[in-house]
Design a protein around this ligand. Structure first.
Ligand SMILES: Cc1cc2nc3c(=O)[nH]c(=O)nc-3n(C[C@H](O)[C@H](O)[C@H](O)COP(=O)(O)O)c2cc1C
Length: 237
């Protein structure tokens, strides 16, 4: 997400307005470290200014090892659809030899396969689609490898995954309150299409401790354990 605070200083997405500076900065970083340096950028600044091709060539010249491209402009923020055509054009530019990673709007395995095959990118990057669906990566991998679709988990299975995410997050944060606060935005995304979810959602969002949240998850499993969630509903933010 392009942050105003960062853009005001000419950094982040603002560098798309000054490609020589972007190149110079990337080259300095590459020179200063002994690790491969990768970059990630949007297509450009506005609908009429999408210098991604020149940006990709310049970043490659600067020694960048791989480039991830989010198929939107800065002005779009998260509106509209990601433009994978331009990502494909960069990938298929004969001058480009570094790996190109495509990013934007991958919310299910079929879309991943379609974008992957349509553009020939070297890798896919998934953001919002994995919120409330962290097994999406497994679904995508399976579909790319076999052409088949994994069956979606039922509510009881989804709750087990969410419990694991809570456990790992609390372990990582080492502070229960901060850990739970961080997770709140994820809770509702786990249950697309659950009937009468509003009340349970409010309870989940009010839970202050993992015990409280786990009690509400018990209630969800007791009432809807075998229910099949509706993954045709977009879970994007
Ligand atoms: C909560 C959140 C945090 C993000 N943080 C970053 C970040 O730190 N750096 C970055 O390059 N992109 C960041 N992004 C953008 C994503 O990496 C990605 O480019 C964007 O969400 C589009 O991909 P998607 O449609 O799969 O979500 C963030 C996105 C979200 C929703």
């Amino acid at each position: 997400m392009p942050h105003e605070k960062i853009i005001r200083h000419g950094a982040g997405a603002a560098m798309l307005q000054d490609l020589p500076k972007m190149q110079q900065m990337a080259a300095e970083i590459v020179k200063a470290v002994n690790l491969p340096v990768t970059a990630k950028t949007r297509l450009g600044w506005t609908e009429t200014n999408k210098p991604i091709m020149e940006a990709a060539e310049r970043l490659q010249d600067a020694g960048i090892a791989a480039l991830a491209i989010h198929g939107r402009t800065r002005d779009q923020l998260y509106t509209g659809q990601a433009d994978w055509t331009l990502i494909g054009e960069v990938k298929n530019n004969p001058k480009i030899h570094i790996p190109i990673i495509g990013n934007g709007d991958i919310t299910n395995a079929q879309k991943a396969k379609y974008f992957f095959e349509q553009t020939g990118v070297d890798a896919l990057m998934i953001g919002r689609g994995a919120i409330g669906r962290p097994w999406l990566f497994k679904e995508v991998k399976y579909h790319l490898e076999t052409g088949e679709l994994l069956p979606p988990p039922n509510v009881a299975q989804v709750v087990e995954i969410l419990r694991e995410q809570i456990r790992l997050n609390l372990e990582w944060k080492d502070n229960e309150h901060t850990g739970i606060l961080m997770l709140r935005r994820h809770f509702a995304k786990y249950f697309p299409g659950l009937p009468n979810f509003r009340e349970l959602k409010i309870k989940l969002l009010r839970g202050d401790t993992s015990d409280e949240v786990n009690c509400i998850l018990d209630e969800i499993v007791d009432n809807f354990g075998s229910y099949q969630l509706d993954y045709s509903i977009s879970n994007i933010l």
